[in-house]
Design a protein around this ligand. Structure first.
Ligand code: PGA
Length: 241
């Protein structure tokens, strides 16, 4: 694993965006695995800026997002569909037909998840997967526990994750307690993975990766098995004050 420690969030965003930009430049029809949450927002801004300056072309790029709340309609402003449109897709020239986010509004989650896996496979697999990390060590919504799931699946969210997500919801909104998420195998099958962590609340989770040990209690620690992972973290997340 390559570890890049940067000073602050601004630098983290630039370095993370550059990891993705390099793949898009080298392979204009690449497949991106994308993430939501606060962490990637800055990197998406940098990518949108690169597009605006004519430095990047997303016209042939395909994307698959990690997860979506369940149940959740795509046009709900709390949905990850909505988040991606607001923060990235509406600011670049990606073809809406090439954009994929798990359907949080489907009736049959098993069929939807199997179809999502099949779509990723038929697109040729993910060239680079962007990840944030939960303060409990989750990636996507693969939550710590006695076991993890390999493929895209529906899952309950832990109290800790619901608590962390509460900041995005107003008092009269219900915080979702379930989601559909890529599984650990879906993530680990990506050719390259970039995981970004910012702030002291991520320190324990980052330490779980840096320990070099693998445990289902810290799903991100499984990234130690992958041959091409870049961990980008700021000094606070790394534990260097
Ligand atoms: P955050 O979430 O970027 O909003 O901290 C990351 C995650 O939970 O995966």
């Amino acid at each position: 694993m390559k570890v890049i420690v940067v000073k602050d969030y601004e630098e983290l965003s630039k370095v993370t965006a550059e990891q993705i930009a390099e793949v898009v430049r080298n392979r204009p029809d690449c497949v991106l695995g994308l993430a939501t949450g606060s962490t990637p927002v800055g990197a998406y801004e940098v990518l949108a800026e690169m597009y605006k300056k004519g430095e990047l072309d997303f016209s042939r790029v395909k994307s698959y997002n990690l997860d979506e709340y369940y149940p959740m309609k795509a046009d709900n402003r709390q949905s990850y569909h909505y988040f991606m449109n607001e923060n990235l897709f509406s600011k670049i020239n990606i073809d809406p037909e090439n954009v994929h986010v798990p359907d949080g509004d489907c009736k049959d989650t098993d069929a939807m998840c199997a179809d999502y896996e099949a779509q990723i496979r038929s697109a040729g697999g993910i060239d680079i997967q962007l990840l944030g990390i939960g303060r409990n060590g989750h990636i996507g919504f693969n939550e710590p526990g006695d076991f993890l799931y390999p493929d895209t699946h529906k899952t309950d969210l832990t109290d800790d994750t619901m608590d962390a997500n509460a900041r995005f919801f107003s008092e009269d909104e219900i915080i979702p307690n379930a989601a559909v998420t890529m599984g650990m195998g879906t993530i680990l099958r990506a050719r390259k993975i970039v995981i970004a962590a910012s702030g002291a609340s991520k320190r324990e989770a980052v330490a779980g990766i840096l320990s070099g040990k693998i445990t289902t209690q810290c799903p991100a620690s499984l990234l130690n098995m992958h041959p091409d992972v870049v961990l980008v973290c700021d000094e606070e997340a790394y534990g260097r004050d």
